[in-house]
Design a protein around this ligand. Structure first.
Ligand SMILES: Cc1cc2nc3c(=O)[nH]c(=O)nc-3n(C[C@H](O)[C@H](O)[C@H](O)COP(=O)(O)O)c2cc1C
Length: 184
């Protein structure tokens, strides 16, 4: 039997009816066998402050977040696009998990990401910036042609369940490919 993989998940939006959170929930529903998702609460993280980023001084939510990242076999990020980039709240979380430089929970961590937007392009500009950030901190990026869910409101029902079958199939295949890549 294969080992169960743990994948920590991050949604780059805090609001309750977030499309990014809804896509992550769909991914949990579509998770392939052998994968357990562990959610994170990046809204609980304070603004990054180097004066607090020392052993014994880090706020508890930061320690919890960093440990979740460190313990996970992989990390899955779903981001919206804010002003052609990733939301500040997501960048803040990544900054906490990027220290100490090159020996951090996200250093060499296998990371997969997806983007979602009400507009047509599925947050591709935000995803390009996210890729650049992850490369800069030596994360290992899952090589994939990309998940860009555009026109998102029409793909979810009123309860924010992913109802578009083509997207469900694509996302399920993406997760299976990510799992197989993590297993090596
Ligand atoms: C501050 C802000 C900036 C935004 N900038 C963009 C943008 O550059 N490109 C885009 O496609 N959508 C942009 N949007 C619209 C978001 O894609 C949309 O609100 C999306 O639903 C947010 O993600 P969420 O549903 O996960 O909260 C922006 C929204 C906000 C609040």
């Amino acid at each position: 039997m294969m080992n169960e993989l743990t994948i920590a998940t991050i949604a780059g939006s805090l609001r309750k009816r977030s499309l990014s959170k809804a896509l992550l929930r769909a991914m949990e529903e579509l998770a392939p066998e052998g994968v357990t998702f562990v959610g994170t609460d990046i809204g609980a993280l304070p603004h990054y402050d180097g004066d607090l980023d020392e052993d014994g001084r880090r706020p508890e939510p930061v320690e919890v977040f960093k440990k979740t990242m460190a313990d996970a076999d992989g990390v899955l990020i779903v981001t919206p696009e804010y002003n052609h980039s990733i939301p500040g709240v997501l960048k803040n979380a990544i900054d906490w998990a990027s220290r100490p430089g090159f020996q951090a929970p996200l250093t060499h961590k296998p990371v997969a990401f997806a983007g979602i937007s009400p507009g047509a392009h599925g947050a591709v500009r935000a995803q390009m910036q996210l890729e650049s950030i992850l490369v800069g901190m030596h994360s290992t990026i899952f090589p994939h042609r990309g998940v860009a869910v555009g026109g998102a409101p029409a793909k979810f029902d009123d309860d924010l369940r992913l109802s578009d079958q083509g997207t469900r199939d694509f996302v399920a295949a993406f997760l299976t490919q990510y799992r197989d890549w993590l297993r090596g």
